[in-house]
Design a protein around this ligand. Structure first.
Ligand code: HAM
Length: 444
């Protein structure tokens, strides 16, 4: 009877306990990983400032039409990967989570009349993007991008400047051997004739095309070139190349981009099959890869010129170029090469106490130091002083501020945990003494 009861309780209780997990394709960024992201965001913000880009925010979701029209309805990103938000009522807007930032930034450019600002308008966004893709290593449903856009300059010098800034990010982040893959995909003058050639080529092989690609052949033949379907690989390899069909103006532009990159000493590899996966591109297109790592999941970043997008989203014709770098993949690349991605800074001091029960004094001193801008942890658990100091050493705090009977005379013990020395310091001088030490050491 007793045994039966125990079994009943054991089997019923755990199954009644909910077990929640983060959604497939998303990750919790635990503190160590978050510190890695923060470091990359710091580099991105520093570069953005150095190159004259101003940070802004756009909503995490937009009218779905912004993406459908901007990125293109017959692209993987919109057709297969868009996170659509179910409308709450029949007549409410169709929204979608942003799969990238460019379309939203351009929507904002038009909405806020930024064409009246001094041109080019250089904008940057750092944040999460959402694509309902099949999750795997380096491909997530929520991922982070550093996005930068220079709107209102027809280039080609700005193209080279943008590419050089992207490459500098990887250098400063510590990712070795990042290559620039470069191509020009023509413009509205030369692309139509190329598309006709491309369409004829794939039409000749229509029996070998999967259903989705067969449909795209009608709607948008360029997209067949960035198909993720493995059965398309061989056909894509022998397809006509856009680089052989550029008009003179596109040729001249491309040559000038290369000349500017050469002058800055930015190495690149010409990649005539690089067409990018989004419809808004024209002329300069590029991607960043680690040497040897190729394939869509390995791109560390990419971008290009999108001279028609502002007009497409309701503004006046405005040339533009930009990139987005995938921060998740940069962290993975850093882990692969064994580089330290995260810098978590230990506290400068831990406030400990000889009387474990006296949390009042410890908290009061900690508040005083924090108000002076110092990073301190305060020991609030009623533990013996020796244990408090042990923990402080383990977390690499530089100092322990020990509160004891001396506090009655306005003094505390300041123990240098690194040097192993200890001295009496008046409470009124404590913040100044610690601040001086913090300056000569790296502490948060
Ligand atoms: P994209 O090539 O689609 O371009 O994405 C840029 C980068 O975001 C990729 O190279 C990759 O590093 C990262 N990324 C994309 N999808 C995922 C994913 N599912 N999981 C992890 N990382 C991912 C754009 O988004 C354009 N808006 C770039 C641009 C800006 N073009 C002009 N301006």
């Amino acid at each position: 009877m007793a045994r039966g009861l125990r079994v009943t309780t054991a089997s019923r209780y755990p199954s009644a306990m909910p077990s929640y997990k983060s959604p497939r394709g998303t990750r919790d960024l635990l503190p160590e990983t978050r510190a890695g992201f923060s470091r990359l965001e710091g580099i991105a913000r520093s570069l953005a400032a150095r190159y004259g880009y101003r940070e802004m925010e756009i909503p995490l979701f937009e009218q779905a039409a912004v993406f459908e029209r901007g990125i293109g309805a017959a692209t993987d990103v919109v057709e297969k990967e868009l996170f659509r938000i179910a409308p709450r009522t029949e007549d409410s807007e169709a929204w979608a989570l942003r799969p990238e930032a460019t379309a939203g930034i351009v929507r904002a450019f038009v909405q806020h009349g930024m064409h009246t600002w001094p041109q080019p308008v250089k904008l940057t966004v750092v944040g999460p993007m959402f694509r309902y893709d099949r999750p795997q290593a380096g491909r997530y449903r929520q991922f982070w991008q550093w996005d930068a856009e220079a709107i209102g300059d027809a280039g080609p010098a700005v193209d080279a400047e943008v590419i050089e800034m992207g490459r500098r990010f990887y250098v400063e982040a510590g990712v070795p051997d990042v290559q620039v893959l470069l191509n020009s995909i023509g413009d509205s003058a030369c692309r139509p004739a190329y598309l006709a050639t491309l369409k004829a080529y794939f039409a000749d092989h229509s029996a070998e095309l999967p259903e989705l690609e067969l449909r795209r052949l009608e709607l948008n033949p360029l997209r067949l070139l960035d198909s993720k379907d493995p059965s398309m690989k061989a056909l894509i390899a022998t397809a006509p190349k856009i680089s052989d069909h550029l008009c003179e103006a596109c040729e001249v532009h491309f040559e000038a981009v290369k000349a500017h990159l050469d002058a800055m000493g930015v190495p690149y590899r010409l990649e005539p099959t690089l067409v990018r996966g989004l419809d808004y591109y024209a002329r300069t297109s590029f991607e960043f890869y680690r040497q040897g790592a190729e394939g869509q999941q390995q791109a560390l970043g990419g971008g290009g010129r999108y001279d028609g997008l502002v007009e497409l989203l309701g503004g006046r014709a405005t040339p533009a170029i930009g990139f987005a770098l995938g921060l998740d993949r940069v962290l993975l690349a850093l882990a692969e090469v064994g580089a330290d991605a995260a810098v978590e800074v230990p506290p400068l001091a831990v406030v400990a106490g000889a009387d474990p029960a006296d949390t009042v004094s410890r908290l009061r001193v900690a508040a005083l130091l924090r108000a002076e801008g110092l990073s301190v942890r305060v020991e609030l658990a009623p533990r013996k002083l020796s244990r408090q100091l042990e923990t402080a050493s383990k977390e690499h705090a530089h100092f322990a501020v020990i509160i004891g009977d001396e506090l009655a005379e306005g003094n505390v013990q300041l123990k240098d945990l690194e040097a192993g020395t200890q001295r009496l310091v008046p409470l009124v001088d404590l913040a100044r003494e610690l601040a001086r030490a913090a300056k000569s050491h790296r502490h948060g």
